[in-house]
Structures are given as C-alpha cells and as structure tokens.
Design a protein around this ligand. Structure first.
Ligand SMILES: [Mg+2]
Length: 362
C-alpha cells in the first residue's frame, strides 16, 4: 500500500430537515435540523463525514479546511486534523469551526479505512463488539400522550431520557409530573433526565430529591457553571453529566472534576481524532464517556472505546440518518448497535438524491 495517496477534492453541502413536530427542551426550541455533509476524496476512494451545524460550517470547510488538508497524506489523519486546527486559529475553534473540523475528521478516518479495505472500528481497534444506546427524545413540547407512546415504543432499549427544565426551569410542576409519568411507563428500566442547563444549582438539588430513582441528570445547570455542576453532583443520587458543548480538549479537562460521566460528541469535539483523546482523558480520571447524539456517526469510535458507557439514540438524528444514509447499523436486542465488520469504512453511503430536496447550501 502506497503512503503517497494524497487528499484531493473536498465537497460539502448543507441540508435542512423539518422535525416531525415542534421540539423543545429546557432552554431552546426548534422546528428543523441542519446537517452539513462532507466528502473527502483521495485516490480511488472517498470518505464521508457530517455534523449537525449551520451551513456556515460548510462554508468554513470550503474556505479554510479544504486548503489546509489538500495534498497531505490520506493516511496521516492526525496531521491533517492538526492542520485544520491551526488553520482556524484566528477564526476561533470552539463552535462552528469545531463542528466543521469534526465532520472533515470523520470523513478522513472513513477514507483511510476504505483505502485500507477495513471497517473503521477495526482500523481504530475494537474494544467491544456491541455498543449500548439509550433512547433520547421526550421533548418538553410533547403532550403526555405523545410522550407515553414514545416511551412505550422504546421499552426494549431499557434506558430512556426525557427533557425537563421547561422554560428555563419555570415549570417545575409539569417537569415533576412528566418525570413521574415516565417512571410509571419505564418501570424498572433506567430513567434519565436532561435539563439542558435550565435550572439553578439549588433548584436542581431540590427537584432531584423528588425523583431519587433517576439515574442520569444531564446538564442540571449550565455547563459553563462548573461550581454549580460540582454542587449538584455532590448532592444528588443521579449521575451528573455534561460535555455536549465540548469543542476542544481544555473544555473536557475543565468538566472532568465536576461530572460523574463525561459526554462528548464526535461531530463537535474535533472528530474521531479528539474523541479518542477525550476518552483517554476521562479514563485517566476513572470516568466513562457517553456519545452525544448522531449515533451512526459515533458507532465505530464507540466500539473502539474501552471506557464507553453508551450512545445517545436521539430522535431527530436517528430519523435523519435513516433517511439520508444507507448502511446505518440497525438497533439490536437490548438497545445495542453492532457494527458490520465486513463493511469498509463506517459502512455508510450518502443518499444524495433522497437528500436533494432538503439542500440549502453547498
Ligand atoms: Mg443534552
């Protein structure tokens, strides 16, 4: 195998997909999701990556990242990723640039695996044959009947997360009623809640006393409030978690001392290159990592992570990934994803014709 296969053309496009109903959490509401899809070409192959981010991430890929990686070896992904990070120094990495870097990094890892004719999980090194997931949806905008049906449809997974903290924590009674409804439907299964930073620390501690059976309390306060996270973690029975807005390693280093489980998102944190570093950082502090959303994008990296807890099987992204990609790993018994090790790369191909009606840029 030649080591001289150079990275060539980089193509991107952005697609906006309406949700299947109004969606909201503690601190945000939306009715559409934008996905930026990137293909990186080298030799006879191309790699596929994506991120859930505004079209601006695609423009940034074309303007700043493609020139930074063009002509580099397609086998030396960390060098290409570092070149992208350096290219955005003045633009600023956290936020849109990090999502753009992440999409290209995943495409580069997929490209390398395809050039070598191996499954991406194999290239990274398999640590577990099956990856556990948890159901994620339960939006504050859903009426109780909708929430009940969604929970009932996902009982086989054995773990489900609902959104609380409605309207910046001003609807406590409804939050508690919805938690109780979910608890009744889930029975002995694991119940998770996510406040998306909607509560104050004292409020989160007070409310958590009302739902001691909850196993996972995600972003009870803003992830910028490190002292608040620490206070809640020290006071509640549930595992306190955060990390979905981790756009670089220093952010994860700050969160590690104040959470029980570190979340990370391959489509934001710097791609698979930095997912592996985040996981190692967590392991050094006896923490597990949990993948945030975009399950099809995470599955190979998750399978290569010894200290993985699970992946978030997020309603919107599951819907878009099944619509836009062939080769998505099907959900298996007990809520697990088992990558097909006979398929090269991450095993996914983009269904461009199906996505075309949703294209908004690129
Ligand atoms: Mg969350």
């Amino acid at each position: 195998m030649s080591s001289a296969i150079e990275i060539g053309a980089v193509e991107w496009a952005a697609y906006q997909v309406p949700t299947d109903g109004p969606e909201g959490d503690g601190t945000f509401a939306w009715d559409a999701t934008t996905i930026v899809v990137v293909h990186v070409h080298a030799g006879p192959e191309s790699g596929l990556g994506w991120t859930y981010a505004p079209a601006a991430a695609g423009h940034l890929i074309g303007e700043m990242l493609a020139p930074a990686i063009g002509g580099r070896s397609a086998f030396d992904v960390p060098a290409a990723q570092e070149a992208m990070v350096r290219a955005v120094r003045n633009a600023g990495r956290p936020g849109v640039a990090a999502t753009a870097i992440s999409a290209v990094d995943v495409a580069l890892w997929d490209l390398k695996a395809r050039l070598l004719g191996v499954r991406l999980a194999r290239l990274l090194g398999v640590a577990r044959p099956a990856v556990p997931v948890y159901a994620s949806g339960g939006f504050t905008t859903w009426e109780d009947l909708h929430l009940s049906r969604w929970l009932s449809d996902h009982l086989d997974i054995g773990r489900a997360k609902i959104k609380i903290g409605e309207s910046w924590g001003t609807c406590e009674r409804r939050d508690l009623a919805r938690v109780e409804l979910a608890r009744r439907i889930l029975g002995e299964r694991e119940l998770y809640v996510d406040a998306n930073g909607g509560y104050s620390a004292a409020q989160a501690i007070r409310l958590a006393a009302e739902f001691p059976e909850v196993r996972w309390f995600e972003e009870p306060v803003s992830s910028d409030d490190l002292d608040g996270l620490r206070r809640v973690r020290d006071a509640v029975a549930a595992d306190v978690t955060a990390g979905e807005y981790g756009y670089d390693l220093p952010c994860f280093a700050r969160l590690i001392p104040v959470v029980d489980c570190l979340q990370a998102d391959v489509s934001r944190c710097g791609g698979i290159t930095d997912w592996l570093r985040v996981s190692a950082l967590a392991a050094a502090h006896q923490l597990e990592v949990s993948g945030h959303c975009a399950p099809a994008l995470h599955v190979d990296a998750a399978a290569a992570t010894p200290n993985l807890r699970h992946l978030e099987y997020f309603h919107d992204h599951v819907r878009i990934e099944s619509k836009f990609f062939d080769g998505v790993t099907p959900l298996g018994p007990g809520g697990t994803l088992t990558p097909d090790l006979s398929a090269p790369g991450h095993g996914l191909t983009f269904k461009a014709a199906d996505a075309e009606p949703f294209r908004v840029a690129g």
